[in-house]
Design a protein around this ligand. Structure first.
Ligand code: 5AD
Ligand code: SF4
Length: 442
């Protein structure tokens, strides 16, 4: 009988994409994907290390698998992804349920490692590579009916922001062959996807060189937009330093590239930005926001911010709040600083903002952004917009949920529309997180 595997994903979009690569690698070996751990011969937990909480969640999950192991001692547990990379061998000692440990650049070894674990041997590979991009693997999507999917264009990161674990868990930045990106985008479109998000830790610095030809990010973006002209194209994440006007013009020129930029600011204080090694100032950040508003009127703008980094004073925190007011983000992902072992900050910059202060600053930031998100959504009430329908809304199955070009979620009575349809919707109301609307007949 065919062996089975179950894969669960924590963390970022890159991990979601990686899980589909891992699934394809195992399916090629004859394994069948199942949707729960109870029937799986191999249970894979794809982990994230970006904050301590993410690791605690993954560990909790691995510990919870004792239940399965008791019933079926032959079932194997593989910890893969960033936490596997960061902790390596020590995971075997710390988590007795773990049989296999594999880092983000070693997924091609998984079938071999599983065989070794089946023989009772230690099975680990956390080698990082400077070249691996899994070009020959066509990802096997977990949700075959999903209308939106990710296509990685770079792996790894060279920025070394002082707080960030990613350069250590995913290694150096490398771009994927343009042909491989285009092939994957077309395959996703042919498989029913209506939206493709090009992924990388810092997509703007994408660069592919083959002898005399060099392909940069705006060129790749244009090529993808032309290759799948009937499909929405998005990209994430952008680094403010590398967010050029040329990229903004590429978005402006192609109707299928969505007018939405996710531009992590992290902080609004120049002193903090310098300690983070972000390589831009608040003035430069706001200049990019100005360029986005000028070249792309109506563009959605979202960001990542975190409070309580080393040395963050009350004045630094207020500078962040002011930046948020000035940039008028439509939405923001907000976090508390979490020191990551191995980073430059963990060695040189003390984690010296106390927990209650971090908590209070985070609450202030969330409250401010909630007010701005509500204002942004209110400004949309009365407007009509094109929406890509994603599926039934979570609260009410008579309603559908989708997203507009700006990446805002909008919920509306279904009236026969199905996932994958594009429909015109008039906004009739909103909450800070969601637009509410009704379908407009063409
Ligand atoms: N602590 C808190 N937040 C972090 N991020 C990255 N590293 C850390 C850390 N050590 C946040 C940043 C980044 C997002 C993915 O996670 O805001 O953009
Ligand atoms: Fe981390 Fe900076 Fe790379 Fe983003 S760009 S993953 S914050 S090192």
């Amino acid at each position: 009988m065919n062996k089975t595997f179950y894969i669960e994903t924590y963390g970022c979009q890159m991990n979601v994409a990686d899980s589909d690569v891992v699934a394809a690698i195992l399916e090629k070996e004859g394994y069948t994907r199942v949707t729960g751990e109870d029937e799986a011969d191999v249970i894979l937990v794809n982990t994230c290390s970006v904050r301590e909480n993410a690791e605690l969640r993954a560990r909790g999950r691995v510990q919870g698998l004792s239940r399965v192991k008791k019933r079926r001692p032959g079932a194997l547990v593989a910890v893969i992804g960033c936490m596997a990379e960061r902790l390596g061998e020590t995971l075997f000692e710390q988590e007795k349920n773990v049989n296999i440990v594999v880092g983000p650049d070693a997924y091609l070894e998984l079938p071999d490692l599983i065989r070794r674990a089946e023989r009772g041997e230690k099975a680990i590979n956390v080698e990082l590579s400077t070249t691996e991009t899994y070009p020959g693997i066509c990802p096997s999507r977990g949700d075959a009916t999903a209308i939106s999917t990710f296509v990685p264009i770079t792996r790894g990161c060279n920025n070394f922001c002082t707080y960030c674990i990613v350069p250590y868990t995913r290694g150096r930045e490398r771009g994927r062959q343009p042909e491989s990106v285009i092939r994957e985008a077309r395959a996703a479109r042919d498989g029913g996807c209506r939206e493709i998000t090009l992924l990388g830790q810092n997509v703007n610095s994408y660069r592919w060189q083959d002898n005399a030809t060099v392909v940069t990010f705006p060129e790749l973006l244009r090529e993808v937009a032309r290759a799948v002209p009937d499909t929405r194209v998005r990209f994430a994440t952008s680094h403010p330093r590398d967010m050029s006007d040329e990229i903004l013009h590429a978005i402006a020129e192609h109707p299928n590239i969505c007018r939405h930029v996710h531009l992590p600011a992290q902080s609004g204080s120049n002193a903090v930005l310098a300690r983070m090694n972000r390589q831009y100032t608040r003035e430069q950040y706001l200049e990019r926001v100005r360029a986005i508003r000028e070249i792309l009127p109506g563009c959605g703008l979202t960001t990542d911010l975190f409070v309580g980094f080393s040395g963050e004073s009350e004045a630094d925190h207020r500078a962040t709040l002011e930046l948020v007011e000035q940039a008028r983000f439509d939405a923001a992902f907000t976090f508390k600083y979490s020191e990551r072992p191995g980073t430059v900050a963990s060695r040189q910059l003390p984690d010296d903002v106390d927990e209650p202060t971090k908590q209070r600053r985070l609450q202030e930031l969330i409250a401010l952004q909630r007010r701005l998100s509500l204002a942004s959504n209110r400004a949309d009430v009365g407007r009509t917009m094109e929406v890509l329908v994603e599926g039934p809304s979570r609260r009410n199955t008579a309603e559908m949920s989708g997203r507009n070009e700006q990446n805002k979620v909008i919920v509306f009575p279904a009236r026969g529309r199905r996932a994958g349809d594009t429909t015109r919707v008039r906004v009739t109301g909103c909450t800070p997180a969601t637009l509410l609307g009704e379908i407009i007949d063409e």
